[in-house]
Structure formats: C-alpha cells, structure tokens
Design a protein around this ligand. Structure first.
Ligand code: NAP
Length: 244
C-alpha cells in the first residue's frame, strides 16, 4: 500500500515542491490549501502524473476545526497518514517598535499554533499505526534571530521547541519528528525583497547564492525516507552555510 503524505500550504513555493518531490517517490499526496485558485487542478494533475493519488483538502491551519476536517477527509480517502509536513507559513515583518499586536498574533497563529493544530489532529493515527514522520519547516531566523522579524523568529523558534519535545514524547512509538531550517530560498515569500537587498544577502552566504525550493524538498524527502530512520529531534539547516 502506498504511503500517504500531507503537506500543508502546498499550493506554492516550498510546499508545492515538497508535494511534487514526494509524489515522484510514490507517495499519495494530500495537498492542503487555504485559497482557491486556478492552478490547483493543474497541480493535482502534475502530482497524479507520477501514478499516485492526490487529494486537495481545503483548510486554514490556524483554525483547529479546519484541521480536524482536513485530517478526517484524508483518513476517509487514504485510511492513514504516514508523513506530515508542516510547511504553511506567513510573514508580517516590521520593527518591534512599530509592530501591531495583530501582526504578532497572526504570525504566531499560523506558523506555531497552526503546526500544533495539524499535528494534534494527525498524531493519534500515527500513534495507532506505531509509525510516522513529522517534518516541520522552521527557519534559520528561528535559530539566529533577524531584525524586523520578532514575530516570525519567535514562531520558528517555537517550532524547534515543539519538534524536540514531541520527538521525546513519541519516539517510543516509532514516530520521528524533525525540523528543517531553510535560509534564504527563492519563493514568493522572498520575491518581495528588492533586487539589491537580495544580492547583498546572497553575498553574505558562504555558498554565494539563494537556495531553491528543491533544495528544501530534497532534505524533506530524506527525512521522510527509510534512510533517516535513526534521526529524530533534529534541526537540519538548508542555508548554504548562512548560519553555523
Ligand atoms: P510562500 O511561497 O509564501 O507559500 C506559503 C504557503 O503557505 C502558501 O501555499 C499559502 O497559501 C500557505 N498558507 C499560508 N497561510 C496558511 C494557512 N493559514 N493555512 C493553510 N495554508 C496557508 O512561502 P514559502 O517561501 O514557500 O515558505 C514555505 C515555508 O517555508 C514557510 O513555513 C516559511 O516560513 C518557510 N521558510 C521559507 C523561507 C524562504 O526563504 N522562502 C526560509 C525559511 C523558511 P495561500 O496561497 O493561501 O497564501
């Protein structure tokens, strides 16, 4: 029976690349999305081109009830969830002096509470199955901090604490929980930056370039696979050496 992977926020950027990469490995894919768009049908087709099934599941991960429904829909269709990739995330950057409470709360609600909401609903099925992989997308700024991102850094640091604690809770059930910390990756999230700013950041990275969504997807693929079966509670940086 094919393995099943749920990727949250899989319509664009890193999440989409993870979904396509796992599909190539033979996983049936549940694509969680928040916003309807015309590309969803195309993405489903692209995933199913690999001879696997794709279920599109709508839901806002910051809403616990949505996450209950997302999980139920997937279990109804596939009967199990082997791999959960908590990818969906947002930024609302601003120096703390000018940051609104709403902007702080929204980022925590999606990135950190959202990770809890999805995981809390999925984990009973992994516990029952005595196996599972959870891969949380953190960030290097959750490790090193970044001016203008107190909300985002706090959410991503929270994800690291969440990952390590959960890894200790569920290791005896053969559920492996890891985080990846991408650095500066080419997606819509970073496309908002001015070209000069991107060039400056790239210069400061030992590998002298931005990463791609595929760079992140490759590590997620490894963490979902049998090759990583003795790794849990870790944070793997995918950052060209940006933070070391
Ligand atoms: P992106 O291009 O902005 O895509 C984010 C995805 O998350 C979109 O599909 C978005 O859906 C979805 N999403 C946002 N809020 C959601 C919610 N409440 N419920 C469900 N889905 C939601 O971002 P990305 O660059 O691919 O980032 C993916 C992950 O990697 C994020 O967790 C991000 O923090 C992390 N990361 C990115 C970088 C980077 O340099 N790009 C670096 C480190 C970490 P909509 O289309 O509906 O908005």
């Amino acid at each position: 029976m094919s393995k099943v992977a749920l990727v949250t926020g899989a319509t664009r950027g890193i999440g989409k690349q993870i979904a396509l990469t796992l599909a190539k490995e033979g996983y049936n894919i549940a694509v969680n999305y928040r916003t309807e768009n015309d590309d969803l049908v195309g993405l489903k087709k692209k995933i199913e081109h690999n001879d696997v099934k794709c279920l599109l599941v709508k839901g806002d991960i910051s809403n616990f009830e949505d996450c209950e429904n997302i999980t139920k829909e997937i279990i109804k269709e596939f009967e199990k969830i082997d791999v959960l990739v908590n990818n969906a995330g947002i930024t609302k950057d601003m120096l703390l002096m000018r940051m609104k409470k709403d902007d702080f709360e929204q980022v925590i609600d999606v990135n950190l509470v959202g990770t809890f909401n999805v995981t809390r609903n999925v984990i009973p099925y992994m516990m029952k199955a005595h196996e599972g992989r959870i891969i949380n997308i953190s960030s290097v700024v959750g490790v090193a901090g970044n001016a203008g991102q107190t909300n985002y850094s706090a959410s991503k640091a929270g994800i690291i604490g969440f990952t390590k604690s959960l890894a200790k809770e569920v290791g005896s059930r053969n559920i492996l929980v890891n985080a990846v910390a991408p650095g500066f990756i080419q997606t819509d999230m970073t496309a908002v930056l001015k070209e000069e700013v991107k060039e400056e950041i790239a210069k400061s990275i030992p590998l002298k370039k931005m990463g791609t969504a595929q760079d992140v997807a490759n590590v997620v693929k490894f963490l979902a696979s049998e090759e990583s079966s003795y790794i849990t509670g870790q944070v793997i940086h995918i950052d060209g050496g940006m933070v070391m």
